[in-house]
Design a protein around this ligand. Structure first.
Ligand code: MV4
Length: 448
């Protein structure tokens, strides 16, 4: 069906895909920008090809350059990884007309899910609980006002093309609506070229919970146990864990079933993630669908003993899902995102890694493209390693992660390892007593 995968990405996720491809006996092509000529993915793929200058818009986001690289190298499949082109429906569309297999969902599913309001309507249609809010996009402030009055403040304005919290505004009182509406519109217009907004009731003290799904071309869909992703700063996840200390077995079963049925109803194919908010009364609401592999996929792999990327590649080849349906959750897993950044100010800290010692041992997994003497380019995100720890219980997983972090040395650049050490030592974190407001509170208290 296909035998050579071009990986339209860089960094740790490019290595992750190379590993899966190699295990399946498939050839790989690395694409790289001028800033990445010494990056590990170029050395570990079977072939490499430069696709342009450092600037992502001219390289990793450049569809014509990526397509011609596939033609030159005779790659017959493309894996987009996450970020960059991963959720751009133009890529699967163009792949189809070029006879290249896109390893991901269909362009049409991607297009619907990329419009957060359409995704919301679609999930409402298939009976997934959605957050109370607008039925359609809101054209002007007067409509927003009427709805906010009906629903009651706080409400939240969201951009239909949204993501990463851009074009999102919490409205605490009706008096602020007019101002926040135009701020959200302008922000959405600047970020996505599209200003349309929708409105929801704001859920306070919520948990950000997500369900991994995978579907094959034959209509088989599996959903896994939740990932707890509430530890975020500025809508960037910092640490994720599974299972969530907030979710009991009964609720877990309910959310898994709801996501599985919804994914099945829309004929979801490939890897995807259903994001939910779970409120303080443990009611869950659909938020959005991510139509790509996610950074935090390893924690699901670790507790279920599976390889999601290999499975995703096999599905793209037309194979039937080969993961057993009686999934057994095995232990507890935590992922720390190690970023090249100042642990206090969060400023990026690119530069040369002078010394690198990474941890290991049973239950530890490192996904990283970093090596000693590599110079981290300043042009891309600051994720340099994912440290993942699995153990039979949550306390043991925390202890294993603390040990792993203490046995990690990354010199020459700053990292957020000190931040992770203090989160893992925080009494509320240890108790599992946290929600999406945790980081804000944690950082405020730390600086007192
Ligand atoms: C919300 C919400 C509460 N109520 N929607 C954040 C990014 C995007 N995925 C949607 N997000 C949220 N939507 C309603 N109706 C809370 C979040 C949210 C969040 C908000 C403020 C600070 C941190 C947050 C972390 C995750 C989710």
């Amino acid at each position: 069906m296909f035998s050579k995968i071009l990986i339209a990405n860089r960094g740790e996720i490019a290595l992750r895909i190379i590993r899966a491809a190699k295990e399946l006996g498939l050839k790989t092509v690395a694409v790289y920008s001028e800033a990445d000529k010494n990056s590990l993915h170029t050395m570990l793929a079977d072939e490499k090809i430069c696709i342009g200058p450092a600037k992502a818009s001219e390289s990793y986001l450049n569809i014509p350059n990526i397509l011609s690289s596939a033609e030159i190298t005779k790659a017959d499949a493309i894996h987009p990884g996450y970020g960059f082109l991963a959720e751009n429906p133009r890529l699967p569309e163009i792949c189809e007309t070029s006879g290249i297999t896109f390893i991901g969902p269909s362009a049409s599913i991607m297009r619907i899910m990329g419009d957060k309001n359409k995704a919301r309507q679609e999930m409402k249609r298939v009976k997934l609980p959605v957050i109370p809010g607008s039925d359609e996009i809101i054209d002007d402030v007067s409509e927003a006002k009427k709805l906010a009055q009906k629903i009651g403040c706080p409400v939240i304005l969201k951009a239909t093309s949204g993501g990463g919290g851009k074009g999102m505004r919490i409205v605490r009182s009706a008096a602020n609506l007019e101002g926040q509406f135009s701020i959200a519109q302008n922000e959405a217009k600047a970020a996505f070229g599209e200003s349309s907004l929708y409105l929801e009731k704001y859920i306070p003290r919520a948990h950000h919970i997500e369900i991994q799904v995978i579907g094959d071309k034959k209509g088989n869909v599996l959903a896994f146990g939740e990932r707890e992703c509430s530890i975020q700063r500025k809508y960037q996840k910092v640490l994720e864990e599974t299972p969530s200390p907030f979710i009991d077995d009964r609720l877990r079963k309910k959310i898994i079933k709801a996501a599985q049925e919804a994914a099945h109803s829309i004929g979801y194919e490939s890897l995807g993630t259903f994001e939910f908010l779970v409120d303080e009364n443990r009611k869950f609401y659909f938020m959005e669908v991510n139509t790509r592999v996610q950074v935090e996929h390893p924690i699901t792999e670790m507790v279920y003993g599976i390889d999601l990327i290999k499975e995703q590649i096999k599905i793209a080849k037309g194979e039937k899902l080969s993961i057993p349906h009686d999934l057994k959750l095995n232990g507890h897993c935590i992922e720390c995102r190690i970023n090249a950044e100042d642990a206090e100010t969060f400023f990026p800290s690119p530069g040369k890694i002078d010394f690198l010692a990474l941890p290991g041992g049973e239950g530890i997994r490192i996904d990283s493209a970093a090596y000693c003497n590599w110079e981290i380019p300043p042009d891309y995100d600051s994720l340099i390693a994912k440290i993942v720890a699995r153990a039979p219980t949550r306390p043991e997983a925390i202890k294993k992660m603390l040990t792993a972090l203490e046995m990690t040395t990354i010199a020459g650049i700053k990292t957020n390892i000190p931040l992770h050490l203090s989160i893992l030592s925080n009494s509320d974190f240890i108790k599992g007593n946290y929600d999406i407001q945790f980081m804000e509170r944690f950082l405020r208290n730390k600086n007192k």
